[in-house]
Design a protein around this ligand. Structure first.
Ligand SMILES: Cc1ncc(COP(=O)(O)O)c(C=O)c1O
Length: 398
């Protein structure tokens, strides 16, 4: 087998299961998991109806490019959402089976193994960036995201010598696990760096539609391109998904969009990889991208939850003010995220993800995820609030 497989880290949830394996939680309390980022709100029903209405099309092979109607729907959605002058649905858009596989596949297609192949990733981070890099023969460059830099990578700290070896920079905005949002100006600065040092920007924007202030949606990479008059989106690729926006993680539907010079070879790769989206899923996706009402209602539900949970936790925990995504990223009182996670499970039957499992030791040897927790506020309001109250009890008890 490919020896690079041995370089892959166990997934954070495997490590968490091992940490909890010998622990006995109180049976009198129901278990409340705040661990996996799987939305529990109702899936968008019109998308499910479209799936059923088109089920007979399971009898046909889909094309890698997807249906023109889906690509046009996506191009219209993205143009409107990110104030683009336009997006060519033939050349600049491609449906994918969720952002996870697309991120993984894009790195395989994009990385040139014949020269140094560093891939910059935010630290802590969504683990696929790292796994994709290792399996493509590249080397992850971890850029720490701490309170000091607003939980966003500090690109000015990367030396010109290092930049020379970087082929791809991953941005995750809104961020998992921190919820941090990259401002438009920072996207523009990164584009200037990409031109200077000749790298690709891969912007994972799968949480872009979950934001708390209805008046300020998070900006995106293509929006920054458009603001710069860069309508060919050179060196830029964005990754979007229906999983969080429309509560359809099982549909496996998203899209990539951006530079046609990157998308054309990526399509060639995907033709061989064999990952076209089935036709009923494409019709369901069209229904979802065409509707904003359900997305608005989804945001309302998260807003209500964030407000209730932060009211309970703010007196006892320190966390960045949530702006977007469905995660809270509090500092652990006492500083030991592993110990706290285990005590919370044993005493309160609540599961959270220790921040250190999502990070790696950075430049100074310190893991910027340690001493924080990732709380995924994905369940309905009542259990989420109950979990927050149990967390507070544990802290108040000391
Ligand atoms: C940052 C980030 N990117 C990508 C994904 C993958 O999402 P999907 O493949 O469902 O679009 C996730 C899922 O949790 C995520 O947190």
């Amino acid at each position: 087998m490919n020896p690079d497989l041995d370089a892959l880290h166990p997934y954070p949830f495997e490590k968490l299961a091992a940490l909890k394996a010998d622990l006995t939680p109180p049976s009198a309390l129901t278990h409340i998991p705040l661990t996996i980022g799987e939305p529990q709100h109702a899936p968008y029903s019109a998308a499910l109806a479209a799936l059923v209405a088109h089920q007979a099309e399971m009898g046909r092979y889909p094309a890698t490019n997807g249906l023109p109607a889906l690509r046009e729907t996506i191009a219209n959605w993205a143009s409107q959402r990110f104030a683009l002058a336009g997006l060519d649905s033939e050349r600049q858009v491609l449906p994918v089976n969720g952002t996870r596989e697309a991120i993984f596949a894009f790195v395989q297609a994009a990385l040139d193994r014949a020269r140094p192949a560093k891939v910059a990733v935010p630290n802590p981070f969504y683990q696929i960036y790292e796994g994709a890099t290792l399996l493509a023969g590249g080397e992850p460059l971890y850029l720490d995201c701490t309170a000091d830099n607003g939980f966003r990578p500090d690109f000015s700290a990367v030396s010109p010598d290092t930049w020379r070896e970087v082929q791809i920079v991953f941005i995750c905005s809104p961020g998992n696990p921190t919820g941090a949002v990259t401002p438009l100006e920072e996207f523009k600065q990164l584009i200037a760096l990409a031109d200077e040092h000749d790298f690709i920007i891969a912007s994972d924007e799968c949480y872009s539609e979950l934001y708390l202030d209805e008046a300020t949606p998070p900006p995106g990479l293509l929006q920054a391109c458009a603001a710069l008059g860069r309508h060919d989106y050179r060196r830029c690729m964005v990754f979007h998904s229906l999983s969080k926006r429309s509560n359809l993680p099982g549909l496996r539907s998203g899209f990539v969009a951006g530079d046609a010079d990157l998308l054309t070879p990526f399509k060639r790769y995907r033709t061989y990889h064999g990952c076209a989206m089935s036709l009923p899923l494409q019709h369901a996706s069209i229904a979802a991208w065409q509707d904003e009402g359900h997305v608005h209602a989804n945001r309302e539900a998260y807003r209500e939850k964030f407000s209730a949970v932060t009211d309970v936790l703010a007196p006892v925990m320190d966390f960045p003010t949530p702006e977007a995504s469905f995660y809270l990223w509090p500092a652990v009182p006492g500083g030991d995220d592993i110990d706290f996670t285990q005590r919370l499970f044993v005493e309160q039957h609540v599961s959270v993800l220790p921040g250190s499992l999502m990070g790696r030791p950075g430049r100074d040897g310190h893991n910027p995820g340690s001493s924080r927790l990732r709380l995924a506020l994905v369940a309905e309001l009542a259990p989420t609030l109950e979990a927050a109250e149990r967390l507070r009890q544990l802290i108040e008890r000391g």
